[in-house]
Each structure stands twice: as C-alpha cells, then as structure tokens.
Design a protein around this ligand. Structure first.
Ligand SMILES: [Zn+2]
Length: 240
C-alpha cells in the first residue's frame, strides 16, 4: 500500500505543478489583454530640490502611511548635511534621481565642463551616501536654453541617465505663498484629462505647504483610480 502511494502522490504533484504553470500563463495573458483594452491611469509623484530635514521627512511619513512610492530629484550639496534623510529616501523604496550639485543656474549652465561637473558630482554624492547609482535626471530650472538643450540632452543620455520631465504641477514654485488647498486645486487642474500624470512638487525647506497638501493630493488621485508608480529604466519616455 505504501509503495503504491508514492507514485500516485508524485503524479498528483506533477499534475498540480502543470496546472499552476498553465494557470499562471493564462493569468498573464489576461493581464496583457486588460492592459491593451483598458489603459490603467498612472501617476508619478516627483519631488525636486531636497532633501530638507523637516519637509522631506514629513513627506516620507505621509508616503509611508499611504503606502505610496515617489521619485526624488536630489540637490547633492543639500544632501551632504542631511545624509540620514537621503538614506531614508532610499531605504523606504523611493527612486532617487540627479537634479544638481549646486542648483546654481548661473554656474551649471556657464560651460559644458561646468554642466558635466555638476551632473557627475551629484551622482557621486548620491551613490556615496545612499549606496544607489542614480539612473534618472531632471534638469534644474527646467533646462538650458533651446540652442544648448539638444546637446545637453545628448550628454545626459550618453552618461546612461533617463531624462524625466513633468506634465502637471502642484504650483508650489509657480504660485507665490500658495497654501495647501491651492496646491491641491492646482494639482487637479493641471492633470485634468491626463491618463499618465507626472506631477512636479518640491521638498526643499520652504515647502511646508507641499507636505501639508500631500495627503489630499494622494487621496484625490487614488479616488480617481490612478495607480502610483515609480520611474524605472524599463519604462518608455512618458513625456514631451
Ligand atoms: Zn530645482
């Protein structure tokens, strides 16, 4: 009896395995069909100009509570005195991108050499402090003038970085002294009708209102059926 039981059990085991594998394939096929017919609305939360001690940590608290991940474009000179905060961003699973070492437009865009030095220094500091090699880049101040832009973009891509722009803003730089309610309204207004939203926000020291507004901003997009995503190298460029 015992001798017979073993092959039967083995047969059942193999059968179950086959069923599980085929079922998995079917599920994957279903997901692909779903993606084609009903495009998922997606939002990428992005924060520039940090880290700062109070604002960035408040933003990280909210993201942790809401189980949402975001992308932070770092000013590395500011990270040098806020190492713990930069490490926390990485440890909690957020994406880290290069923004600038100094965020001083006059300096960064003064020459090709200065631009290259700024990008490389920011990447170096991020890797040294957070232990991650950044793969994303966002131009400080929206980028250089039109004539120089193409060449700078080429440089960034040759370095292996993906350039990330935005297509919606919360208004924390555009509207002077905006309160949290204004930032929520502006996020909604500028993302209206877009199925893929890249929302520009800031987490430097004077952006307390952005930290105040974040729970309501997340709540709105969640209610509207958006999925919160992180940028990754595998994703095609999202934006103009
Ligand atoms: Zn900036």
């Amino acid at each position: 009896m015992r001798k017979k039981f073993l092959p039967v059990a083995l047969l059942f085991g193999i059968g179950f395995l086959l069923f599980a594998v085929c079922g998995g394939v079917r599920m994957a096929e279903h997901a692909a069909v779903f993606a084609q017919t009903e495009e998922q609305k997606t939002i990428y939360l992005t924060f520039d100009d940090g880290p700062s001690t109070v604002v960035t940590n408040r933003i990280l608290d909210t993201l942790r509570r809401e189980r949402v991940r975001a992308t932070f474009f770092i000013v590395s000179d500011r990270a040098l005195t806020r190492r713990e905060t930069l490490r926390r961003i990485a440890e909690e699973g957020h994406a880290i991108g290069i923004h600038s070492a100094s965020h001083d437009y006059g300096k960064i865009y003064s020459s090709d050499a200065a631009f290259a030095a700024d990008v490389d220094e920011c990447a170096r500091v991020i890797e040294e402090i957070a232990g991650v090699r950044p793969r994303l880049y966002r131009f400080p101040g929206g980028g250089p003038n039109k004539e120089e832009r193409e060449q700078k973009e080429l440089f960034i891509r040759e370095r292996g970085y993906r350039i990330v722009s935005w297509n919606a803003v919360c208004g924390d730089e555009e509207i002077p002294y905006a309160d949290a309610a204004t930032l929520v309204r502006q996020s909604i207004a500028t993302s209206k009708g877009k199925r893929s939203v890249v929302l520009l926000m800031h987490d430097s020291a004077h952006h307390a209102a952005t930290a105040d507004a974040l729970p309501a901003i997340i709540g709105y997009f969640r209610e509207q059926g958006y999925e919160f995503r992180l940028f990754s190298e595998s994703l095609a460029p999202v934006l103009p």
